[in-house]
Design a binder for this molecule. Sequence first.
Ligand SMILES: Nc1ncnc2c1ncn2[C@@H]1O[C@H](COP(=O)(O)OP(=O)(O)O)[C@@H](O)[C@H]1O
Ligand SMILES: [Mg+2]
Length: 254
Amino acid sequence: MKSEAEGGKQAQFPSAFAVEATYLCKIVPDPSGSLTILDHINLAVSAGQTVAIRGASGSGKSTLLGLLAGLDVPTRGTVRLFGQDLTALDEDGRAQLRAGQVGFVFQTFHLLDHLTALENVMLPLEIGPAQRGRTARTRALELLERVGLNGRSAHEARTLSGGEQQRVALARAFVTQPAILFADEPTGSLDSATGAAVIDLMFELNRELGSTLVVVTHDPEVASRCSRRVELRAGRIMAQGSEAAHAGGSARHF
Ligand SMILES: Nc1ncnc2c1ncn2[C@@H]1O[C@H](COP(=O)(O)OP(=O)(O)O)[C@@H](O)[C@H]1O
Ligand SMILES: [Mg+2]
């Protein structure tokens, strides 16, 4: 895979931040009137940083990730992805930006069950910007080999184990060489040994590509491997742990 030094995508962007949320609010109607899911979130993630988002179930983690990735729109506030204001783009514009820059991994894999592993990994190449030089098929096969699944490329996704499905999902997320990867509890549906192997791969691929990583996780081991930890409580950011705090030992760890 192409490293950042060889000309990764981040170099094209003038903004120091990969993603920057400012006064982000998500409010949805509910039977009692309205529910505030996210309450004035400010979060700036530098290019190349790895960030763990932690918090109790229902604290707003998935909603925040969806907004940062441009899968959803905020009620108020802005999200800038590589300097581009997502709230100023329409759905097509956001889709275009996602296809070029963003990878996403979900807890429940989100593969197309009746497509093969190879077809699943090729999908983002077929709908995204054309890849230079190599065909989508060659590139997808390389990624499947990278996650140890070259022998499974012709198997339908539904016939694969959970761990294999998540490795296909990782290959699909990285095949476009995204500048940022968002992962929402990527090991939440896996046993701990299988989950650990998936996490190792995710960090490895991320490091090779020099991409930014924002991962929602309940796993302290995953959080400790990130350069920064952010905790959400009832839609607000409570506290953050950074590399400096981690090294210094005096700040709270998360
Ligand atoms: N579209 C929606 N409509 C109503 N409530 C929602 C919607 N999306 C999320 N919620 C609620 O917002 C809260 C936060 O959800 P979520 O972001 O999924 O939390 P987490 O990922 O931290 O578990 C939950 O109480 C959830 O039920
Ligand atoms: Mg969630």
